[in-house]
Design a protein around this ligand. Structure first.
Ligand code: DI6
Ligand code: FE
Length: 415
């Protein structure tokens, strides 16, 4: 027997043993299954993972939990949400059911602008309470990291208010919050027929101020016929670049404007929606290492028929993420596990691709793959303990609460 000196002993705060582990650490290793595995957590990070029989003797646990053959997975990441807003648009849903289109409702002054009005009127406390309810809903589904976009303020004061609420969510709940500035989401009434003037405001005032307050992790634009054009998107991206902020893009959702190629030019973290993306666009994002974020909730809710080009994305080895796009207009669905199922049934993803889409690839879409998204030594210990027979069950069977326990940065989360 080798004798251990004090120096060699590594203290773990917690060892999870007797588990099946899906590490989901890389595209190449698939689920990355370790049978009869063990996982050691220290200082909020993953200290060691492997076969229980290989656990080194020098790792000593303050506490050990026998997982009784259940599964450990990385915490889920919802990399595209519009979580902070007031009001709802149930009446527009009713109109849509009688045949009025989403674009038509937006043209008539409904849609995003309606939510803008309700959001401007709500104070920070109200917005925080609403957002908290939604974030807690996601948390209970195993979501340990959420991206939150602004975009329902459309003036400087309210956009900053939304981002502050998002930051507070991350302080008050055990969840990692990444903020995305989406000032260029829709044209506010003050700038009717003056989209370029609004983009001036976004670039010269809103974004610089939000950034100066430390409220922005990334910058997004709704690049679409009913949103902003390529030239306007470019101006916002150039401002982001000058501030050292990464970009993402709502692109090719309702039509193909070539937004994805522009996003690729700026090394975007992700392009999102992309139902109308063509091969040139796929090639471009493949070359720039941009993640394709698929949002089946919006596809489903808008009864879209054009599907994102999954075969091409596979061919060009573009990492695919899946997210809820939770918002009051096109995806009022606060359910990330449902997206696994929809990604498979509606878009033809495999259950493995779907799961990678809410873990490692979702982390990539936020520029966080060095610290989140898989069970890998050195990453933050965001871990789910699930009572399942195999992780492929997660995309197949929707609606059952499989989570037995979860930890965020090594701390147990009360469910
Ligand atoms: N794309 C979407 O799907 C949402 N925003 C966007 O840019 C819709 C937002 C809404 O209708 O409120
Ligand atoms: Fe969106």
């Amino acid at each position: 027997m080798r004798r251990l000196t004090m120096q060699q002993v590594q203290n773990a705060d917690l060892i999870l043993s007797g588990a099946q582990i899906a590490t989901l650490g890389s595209a190449l290793t698939g689920y990355g299954i370790i049978e009869n595995g063990a996982l050691a957590i220290a200082d909020g990070k993953i200290l060691w993972v492997g076969k229980a029989t290989d656990l080194p003797a020098h790792i000593v646990a303050k506490q050990t939990l026998d997982c009784a053959g259940k599964w450990l997975l990385p915490g889920f990441i919802d990399c595209h949400t519009h979580l902070v807003f007031a009001g709802n648009r149930a009446d527009e849903f009713e109109q849509r059911l009688t045949g009025v289109s989403y674009a038509e409702i937006a043209k008539r002054g409904g849609g995003i602008r309606r939510t803008m009005t309700a959001t401007r009127e709500a104070n920070e406390k109200t917005l925080l309470a609403l957002a908290k309810k939604r974030a807690k809903t996601l948390l209970r589904q195993g979501v340990t990291c959420i991206e939150v976009k602004s975009g329902y303020g459309l003036d400087t004061e309210t956009e900053l208010k939304l981002l502050r609420v998002a930051r507070r969510l991350g302080k008050e709940l055990p969840v990692t919050i990444r903020t995305t500035f989406l000032g260029a989401h829709a044209l506010p009434p003050e700038f009717q027929d003056n989209a370029d003037g609004y983009i001036d405001l976004v670039c010269e005032e809103m974004l610089p101020q939000a950034h100066a307050e430390g409220l922005v992790d990334a910058v997004d634009v709704f690049c679409e016929g009913i949103g902003f054009n390529l030239e306007q998107t470019r101006r916002v991206f150039e401002t982001a670049r000058s501030l050292g902020l990464p970009v993402k893009l709502h692109a090719e959702q309702l039509s193909n404007l070539g937004g994805s190629e522009l996003a690729a030019e700026f090394g975007a973290l992700s392009v999102d929606h992309i139902e109308f993306l063509d091969e040139a666009g796929v090639k471009a994002i493949g070359a720039s290492g941009t993640v394709a974020t698929l949002l089946p909730g919006a596809f489903y809710f808008l009864k879209e028929t054009q599907k994102p080009p999954i075969a091409l994305l596979r061919q060009y080895k573009v990492p695919m993420a899946l997210a809820t796009d939770f918002n009051p207009g096109s995806s009022p669905i606060c359910q990330l596990p449902l997206m696994l199922n929809m990604g498979c049934t509606l878009f033809g993803l495999t259950p493995l691709e779907a799961l990678q889409g809410v873990t490692l690839n979702s982390a990539r879409a936020l520029g966080l793959s060095d610290r989140l998204g898989s069970i890998t030594v050195g990453k933050q210990a965001d871990i789910l303990l699930m009572d399942i027979s195999h992780p492929n069950q997660l995309a197949y069977e929707f609606g059952i609460d499989y989570i037995e326990a979860m930890w965020r940065a090594g701390q147990p989360i009360k469910l």
